[in-house]
Design a protein around this ligand. Structure first.
Ligand code: GLN
Length: 273
């Protein structure tokens, strides 16, 4: 069968045309542009069978990033497996905000809590090489992926295993960022995300528990003047802002995502209290 015929057939499986092309390009080890320029060539039975297997999994809702094993985030190509959340475009807003603050952050130190694939920490280090960047995750499997991504890009990030701030008792940072699990445990949206690690998506309950623990322990881990930036659900900005103000943070503000929804809230730690 010719490549163009195979791509036509893939439509009947209910896989988006772009995804079908990207999966075939992946199987053939070629860029997508090559496919389009060579769609009158024959597709051999072996790659055809492997591609069909991937199309079936895509049709079953497996994220494209897991099927091709990578995702681009903030200009970095990152390896991803089902052990980590697929990095999302809205999280780049958190990174951009952090990058505005990092050059002037106390001691030029930053921490990414619950790093997963390492996306946020690596994007910060890549754009601000002079900064000291640390990152935690409670999952050893996730940290292994993050470390591989760091090595692939030659980025020196200090990874440590543990919940949020736990790996660093007594240590203070000049900037902290986190994209913790924040989806409510009964959110119907979770069904569509079933192939990703549930613990990275939801702390169960109303979705606020992880955000609250991060804010609660932050005063013990931030230098005076340090910012704490948090990604959250579209309906959680008020709760997060309240939590920050309650704990003694100042300059509380919220930024919206690409859809115009409140997505990140941050505030400045004013010092000992
Ligand atoms: N933004 C993600 C989603 O709803 C959730 C990420 C998270 O819980 N940190 O798809």
């Amino acid at each position: 069968m010719l490549i163009q015929q195979a791509l036509q057939q893939a439509r009947t499986l209910g896989v988006a045309r772009l995804d079908a092309q990207l999966l075939l390009a992946h199987v053939l080890g070629q860029p997508r542009e090559w496919l389009l320029a060579h769609d009158d060539e024959l597709l051999a039975p072996d790659p055809a069978a492997r591609w069909h297997g991937l199309l079936t999994r895509r049709a079953a809702g497996v994220p494209l990033a897991y099927l091709v094993g990578e995702r681009e985030f903030h200009g970095l190509r990152l390896q991803v497996t089902p052990a980590v959340l697929v990095p999302r475009p809205e999280t780049e807003i958190l990174v951009d905000w952090a990058l505005e603050l990092l050059p002037v952050a106390p001691a030029a130190t930053a921490v990414d809590l619950g790093t997963g694939s390492g996306a946020i920490a690596l994007a910060l280090k890549a754009s601000c090489p002079a900064a000291v960047v640390a990152a935690s995750d409670c999952s050893a499997q996730a940290l292994a992926i993050a470390q591989r991504n760091a090595a692939a890009h030659g980025l020196d990030v200090e990874f440590a295993q543990g919940d949020w701030w736990a790996p660093w008792p007594g240590r203070r940072f000049g900037l902290a960022v986190a994209n913790p699990p924040y989806v409510a445990g009964d959110d119907p949206h979770l069904a569509a995300l079933r192939h990703e690690p549930r613990a990275a998506l939801t702390p169960e309950g109303d979705g606020l528990a992880a955000l609250q623990s991060i804010v609660a322990a932050a005063p013990r881990h931030l230098l005076p003047g340090a910012w704490l930036l948090l990604e959250h659900g579209h309906d959680q900005a008020e709760a997060v802002a309240h939590e920050l103000a309650q704990r003694g943070f100042v300059c509380v503000r919220t930024r919206t995502d690409l859809a115009g929804l409140p997505r990140c809230t941050g505030a400045r730690w004013r010092g000992a209290k």
